[in-house]
Design a binder for this molecule. Sequence first.
Ligand code: G6P
Length: 474
Amino acid sequence: MAHDLVIVANRLPVDRVAGPDGKMGWRASPGGLVSAIEPVMRAGDGVWIGWPGGTEQHLEPFDIDGLHLVPMSMTPEEIENHYEGMSNGTLWPLYHDVVAKPEFHREWWHEYVEVNRRFAEKAAELAAPNATVWVHDYQMQMVPQLLRELRPDLRIGFYLHIPFPPAELFQQLPWRRQILEGILGADLVGFQLPGAAQNFVRLVRQRVGHKTHRDLVYLPDGRTVRAAAFPISIDATGFDDLARSEIVARRAQEIREALGNPKKIFLGIDRLDYTKGIYARLRSFGELIRDGELDVDEAVFVQVAVPSREQVEQYRLLRDEIDRLVGRLNGDLGRIGKPLISYLHSSYPREEMAALYRAADIMVVTPYRDGMNLVAKEYVACRVDEDGALVLSEFAGAADELRQAWLVNPYDIDGMKAALLSACRADEHELTKRMRAMRKQITQHDVKAWAESFMTELDAEREHTKTVRSADRS
Ligand code: G6P
């Protein structure tokens, strides 16, 4: 069947996993991308092409909760080279300010292109004439170009969920020109922040040699491509409703009790990723306890680390580092029944996350670099009593919108300690003033508004190109 809307992403919104009884089933995938796109898909009759995790081959399309999903299988070599290699060993660290050292391997790159080609072919097969195809994220940057070669009739949008680096870093990529040309297959290219869109346009001018003006790129074939910022958001009302529900309120109370009813609960929730700044954050908190600024009888830090990319070397090393740090802090500074860090290496359903957000007095989000960070926005959405403090890294995209957070430089341990203390000691009036403003921001700019603005722009860009082309012909 042909579809008017096709979503292409590396991952499906659900993962294929084995249950305790060994039977295969589905579980929600990790990460920001999935939570952002799911509501968009539900609104239309689209189809979603993506990898369900694992190495199972020949999976049939299926529907789950009203979503049409088309699983793309990957071989062990494709997982190693395309997913763990080029996507997460090269592009992820390069695009995140080289927080870890990117590796460049030609076999990774070749497999990346081949996987992108397969995804593009599947999209070409499923899209109705003149349909819209929305391609997502850094694992799929060649898809727009490959798809346009197969189906020039399509309206193609590309959205990058992670940062797009400055030219000085992007330039390291041996395949920099190919990637820029890959993305330029789209009619509209969306980024989280205006600076990323500017980086992209500048690179296209310098490296591909196309004419550009402000946010527009003029291609030799007469097409124009627009690059602009569309800061992503969350289903703010959905989280607000969930947080207000009886079951979540009760669970939040249970969590506080289980922690021994401390005066202040600090919370971090992240994929276990080296970009997230978990180590420095826990160290800052540990020093505050050590220095006597905070008391282990009165304050606790709950850190949820969602397992992620566990086959990639850098992620394994990180896990060991965090394990060691948590053990050392609890060993040195904790007391019987009073660890200062309550560390959970696990993923949780939305309800449990909402309960954690409600239970926490201070949410600590301190990535070294982050495209947006939806956890920060989810916390705000769940603070239905307009209290709670957010400590937020300046280097998360969310800092552009959540100006009333305690903004910190995550590389500055003393600065982070000061912000944690100040957030912890803020009075009710100040907390409400800040939280109210942040709640207003995310309610007015939710994920629905994000998707609508992207789609409206995509229509407009396509119309613009058509008009320019017919004017050229006449
Ligand atoms: C980030 C990326 C997504 C990715 C997610 C989970 O949010 O932007 O594209 O899907 O992390 O990572 P994973 O490697 O498990 O897909």
